[in-house]
Design a protein around this ligand. Structure first.
Ligand code: SF4
Length: 345
């Protein structure tokens, strides 16, 4: 069944058919591809995703290939996209699909939510786009659009308010094209009903919109004030010995599994002591900054040259060509560039 032309869904979908955005990851109903694109799009701008998506698919063309890979290789393929827990969860979810579902994707939003890294939004997006399940995919775009359509005046981050907005979306969803309905709303939110001042004159569903009638659509949604990110001062020590440099795999939750230089919140000398290098000297090499969602690393870079590598650290020193095969986060870009220069001169 398709939506009548003169209904909310009919108008939205005919706008989508004419003006929907085209992306390399659109148009496929293969759940693996839909899932991958949705995970990549979670915290990354749409335009930046395409080359990563194509590279990842070329390397891991299906869920079995991803499940069979080792984590380091998956992280390396993700390098530059950030939010690496997404890559680790993709990998774990692929293994779970192979182990528990015989390599066949679960087909409902409820089952998809049992997989690592798949929350209500991603589950609904994959279930609606790949399997045609009529569930609204409430991302920031849909929340904004429905808060405006219904002129919702309560805090949209509250679970009961989100449930109200989801119910409104569900009530308008046509059974025939739920995936397109969700994608049309995402496009509407990204291009017309944008944060700030929406372009209501260009909106295909303006006649249904209560916030437009109230004259202040930009006042919706109501959201709590964001807490500003925390500034974290860090010393980054690049320890060289001959043609090699020290790197260590992180165990902490942030950037877990990625390789970094020595990162220390205390003085450089203390970090060197902790590594058993009390006599090594540090030379200041500049500053760098990396912005995460909730924190900003304010980094001071230091070069350290040691004549001999203590046996306990031997396995953690790498040549320049070995660095190319390690997953190194973008947060290390400035230090990595310095190391590249130092080791090629
Ligand atoms: Fe958004 Fe304006 Fe359309 Fe309402 S009329 S949904 S505020 S763009």
């Amino acid at each position: 069944m398709t939506a009548g032309a003169d209904t909310f869904a009919g108008r939205l979908l005919s706008w989508y058919d004419r003006q929907g955005r085209t992306f390399v990851f659109r148009g496929s109903r293969d759940p693996y591809r839909v899932w991958l694109s949705e995970i990549m799009l979670q915290q990354t701008r749409t335009e930046s995703v395409t080359p990563y998506y194509e590279r990842f698919l070329a390397r891991f063309p299906d869920v079995a290939a991803l499940a069979g890979a080792d984590e380091e290789e998956v992280l390396r393929c993700w390098q530059g996209l950030g939010y690496y827990s997404r890559a680790r969860n993709l990998h774990r979810a692929a293994q779970q699909i192979v182990r528990e579902h015989g390599g066949v994707f679960p087909a409902t939003a409820a089952e998809l939510r049992t997989l690592p890294g798949i929350g209500p939004y991603t589950a609904a997006a994959v279930a609606s786009i790949a399997f045609g399940e009529p569930v609204p995919a409430m991302d920031g775009n849909l929340i904004r659009v429905f808060a405006r359509l219904t002129d919702e005046g309560e805090d949209a981050s509250r679970p009961d308010v989100l449930e109200r907005l989801t119910a409104a979306a569900r009530g308008l969803m046509p059974p025939g094209r739920p995936g397109d309905f969700n994608q049309a709303l995402m496009d509407l939110g990204a291009t017309v009903c944008t944060p700030g001042t929406p372009d209501c004159a260009a909106c295909p569903v303006r006649e249904y919109c209560l916030a437009r009638l109230s004259g202040e659509p930009e006042a919706r949604p109501v959201l709590p004030r964001k807490t500003p990110p925390k500034h974290v001062p860090l010393n980054v020590l690049m320890i060289f010995s001959g043609s090699r440099v020290y790197m260590k795999q992180r165990r902490e939750a942030l950037l877990k599994g990625m390789y970094v230089f020595v990162l220390s919140g205390s003085a450089p000398g203390q970090a060197l002591n902790a590594l058993g290098l009390p006599d090594a000297e540090c030379e200041y090499r500049g500053e760098a900054k990396h912005v995460f969602t909730h924190r900003i690393w304010e980094m001071r870079l230091w070069a350290v040259h040691i004549p001999e590598i203590p046996p306990a650290l031997e396995k953690d020193f790498y040549t320049l060509s070995q660095l190319d095969s390690l997953p190194i986060p973008t947060a290390m870009r400035a230090a990595r560039a310095y190391v590249q220069k130092e080791l090629t001169e």
